[in-house]
Design a protein around this ligand. Structure first.
Ligand code: NAP
Ligand code: BGC
Ligand code: ZN
Length: 355
């Protein structure tokens, strides 16, 4: 079967031939439909994040997949069911995090991530997985199923942000997304449409006309250009923000978020930046967090419950959003196009097969 693999940091993804996997007991065989590409894939390709599987010289890419059960192999799944795989797997059998159903909370060494850290991904015509890591989704969502994983990451982030404010009366009126990439825009749409937050903002660094700014404004949200209004100046120019979601991977934003928050606000950080040393006023940061009851959280990955919530959220988002957000779905003969980047590219996927 065909698969898309990369030697991280050493070149572009290439098409490789691999044997079609045979499902072990408790595993199902899945025929891959579509696999999405996100900022993390580009970081993996560049060799800035992730790791090869032990002994491998290339990594099969892909962690945002949707497929159809080809052989349920005696598991509780049914042949023909449309499923989305979760990303993390236990490295040696199992461990407490996986047994609790909280693989997203496992520390380094207690997980591998398919297509990212230490395990091959889903960009192959077929893959196998323990059935417990395959989440059934409605057939009518199959074409957009590759968006379930990224939305699940935001479900977790929002869950943790809300939980951190659960000890008191807290209702966010203003929310800000830092980053107009695919993760930022999907989350902005969730803030507007699913959470129905009154006033939403999204930060980028682009000139008009730009397709991401069009989406931001069509959602009824306000575009903020970080070149004109740095994050810490947002309260002065716009307003203080109750809920901030960082999806730029730009390390200064983590610190500036604290300044942009309203009293009792919470900032969730998703970006995975490389090393970057810069000066900060640590005293001011510390005092700001304390005297205004602010919270700053990091969050990564998601668990099965977040995937299930993501299916629900996705089904509430408007069709026009997907039409404008998904800028390209490419077959195997032109898979390279799915990895191209530019201001006219928002979200792409590779199509391995159709239902
Ligand atoms: P992406 O497509 O690279 O999006 C990042 C966006 O941020 C880009 O549109 C970029 O603008 C914008 N940006 C960067 N620096 C900026 C600045 N200084 N001011 C304004 N805008 C800025 O990536 P993505 O797929 O949406 O993911 C976003 C981040 O989340 C990545 O760092 C990724 O690694 C991370 N991530 C984390 C998790 C998790 O579980 N924690 C899950 C998925 C992704 P331009 O395009 O104009 O450069
Ligand atoms: C994936 C997550 C993963 C994270 C860190 C993200 O792009 O969506 O599932 O945990 O990268 O590797
Ligand atoms: Zn991702």
């Amino acid at each position: 079967m065909k698969a898309i693999a990369v030697e991280p940091g050493a070149g572009d993804p290439v098409l490789v031939d691999r044997p079609r996997p045979e499902p072990d007991a408790g595993h199902a065989l899945v025929r891959t439909l579509r696999v999405g590409v996100d900022g993390t894939d580009h970081e993996v390709i560049a060799g800035h994040h992730g790791d090869l599987p032990a002994g491998a010289d290339r990594l099969v890419l892909g962690h945002e997949a949707v497929g159809v059960v080809e052989d349920s192999n005696g598991t509780d799944l049914e042949d023909g069911q449309v499923v989305v795989p979760t990303v993390r797997r236990p490295p040696n059998g199992t461990n407490a995090y996986f047994e609790r159903g909280e693989p997203d909370m496992a520390p380094e060494g207690e997980y591998v991530e398919r297509g990212i850290v230490g395990a091959h991904g889903f960009m192959a015509e077929y893959f196998t997985s323990p059935s417990e890591f395959l989440v059934p989704i409605p057939k009518q969502l199959a074409a957009l199923g590759f968006l379930v994983e990224p939305v699940s990451v935001s479900e977790k982030a929002i869950d943790h942000a809300v939980a951190s404010r659960s000890a008191f009366e807290w209702e966010p009126d203003a929310a800000l997304v830092l980053g107009n990439g695919s993760l930022g825009l999907l989350t902005l749409a969730m803030f507007d449409t699913v959470l129905e937050i009154d006033r939403t903002y999204c930060l980028g660094r682009r000139d008009r006309p730009d397709p991401t700014i069009d989406i931001i404004e069509k959602l009824g949200s306000t575009y903020i250009d970080s070149r004109q209004t740095p994050v810490d100046e947002i309260p002065g120019t716009y307003e203080s923000i109750d809920l901030i979601y960082e999806a730029t991977g730009y390390a200064k934003h983590a610190v500036e978020t604290v300044e942009a928050l309203a009293p009792n606000g919470v900032g969730v950080l998703l970006g995975v930046p490389g090393p970057w040393e810069f000066e900060i006023d640590g005293g001011r940061l510390h005092k700001e967090l304390v005297l205004h009851n602010k919270a700053l959280l990091g969050t990564v990955n998601s668990h099965r419950g977040h995937f299930e919530a993501a299916v629900d959220s996705l089904s509430q988002l408007p069709d026009w959003l997907f039409e404008e957000l998904v800028t390209g779905v490419y077959g195997l003969e032109e898979f390279e196009a799915a990895f191209e980047q530019g201001n006219d590219v928002i979200k792409t996927a590779v199509e391995f097969d159709t239902l």
